[in-house]
Design a protein around this ligand. Sequence first.
Ligand code: HEM
Length: 407
Amino acid sequence: LYARQLAINYWGRVRRDPLSRLHLAEGRADPYRVYDEVRAYGPLMPTRLGNYASATHAVCNGVLRDRRFGPRAVAMNGPGAPGDEIDMSFLDKDPPEHTRLRRLAQPVFSPKQIAGYRPRVERVVGELLDRAAGKETFDLVSDFAAPLPIAVITDLMGVPDADAEAFAAHGAVVGSALDGVRSLRHAARLMAASNAIDEVFIRLFVLRRREPADDAVSRILAAEGDQIQSHELLPMCRLLLVAGFETTVNLIGNAMNAMLDHPAQWAALCADPAGLADAAVEETLRWDPPVQRTARCAREDVEIAGVPVRRGQFVVSLLGGANRDPAAYARADQFDLHRVPEVDHLAFSSGIHYCVGAPLARLEAGIALRMLAERFPDLRRAGPLRRRDASIIRGPLSLPLRARAMA
Ligand code: HEM
């Protein structure tokens, strides 16, 4: 009887709070219907834990740009204990720390640097596709989309070849933390992987202090003691690593999945890969973004869209929902490469925390889609897509494909 009561309570709650469905198979398969319900409720919907969620573009964008909100919880009873949260470098900080640290990372992604990475990304994509072409079927995720950002960031940060493999294996585990820690076992694996990554970075710091090179770590080290303190080095490097791993792989996975579900659009891309690849990336970012939500905490009592939000309450911005808001986009639910968007999508967030790695993500995904279309125009599914068991990060865990390669 007790178990039955628990089950009834659980289902009652799940039915009342649409957001709980994001953790069920139904919400995993199509979170966009959940976001529709949140939007239908109004600009802000109260959540079970006493916060708010929004799936409208105007409110999400407004809150993300609003300096009365910040990424971390405000301490309600005096200052919070230092060190009680993982240090996510500037992702979790407010100005002036945010501004100082972000300014240091920004040049790594400057237009000049990004243009310089293009040949390297093309080389990695070409090598991965050569290998895939030799197989009867290949997995878009494990054979292509996952190794690509790892190879690129390893190269960009200047990790020596000898450490690259360990770096890739452990980096993928650390990246899974973006969706939260699922169990004690997961926590233990994260800790071990994080320590192993730290060791690679610490060795790299020693090496690059001695012999600076033309890489991101050397550039960051050059500012040590000035713009960045020694204890801030590891969190900054970890952030640059983690933020680009699990996100870019899912962008490529979601893009290819959308293409396979829309054969006419795939045909259009294959007819003009160089002309349409970037548009395909942009429409995927809007229609099926890899990061589905983020949250901001009110630093003071505010009113948002007529709703009072108290100091300490969070507003969850459902980025995937904002990107499908019919008030912001015509035919919002349609995937359309030829769309001329009315407003910027929120896949990379908005305001001062707008993704600093966006130019690199766009470069990698654009080259990946272009070269896939050039070399495998008859690409088709070789098995069902398996989704990752996550609700913040959205993308395939596995996407088996079959292709006859073009010479
Ligand atoms: C921040 C998404 C790729 C580095 C963010 C945020 C989002 C995001 C939504 C803001 C979070 C918030 O507002 O709370 C994505 C997506 C990517 C991607 C969808 C790929 C498709 C990358 C790459 C890098 C990177 C390749 C670097 C190598 C960062 C950093 C921040 C950030 C450092 C913190 C920015 C700040 O707080 O000022 N990203 N990202 N991201 N991203 Fe990305």
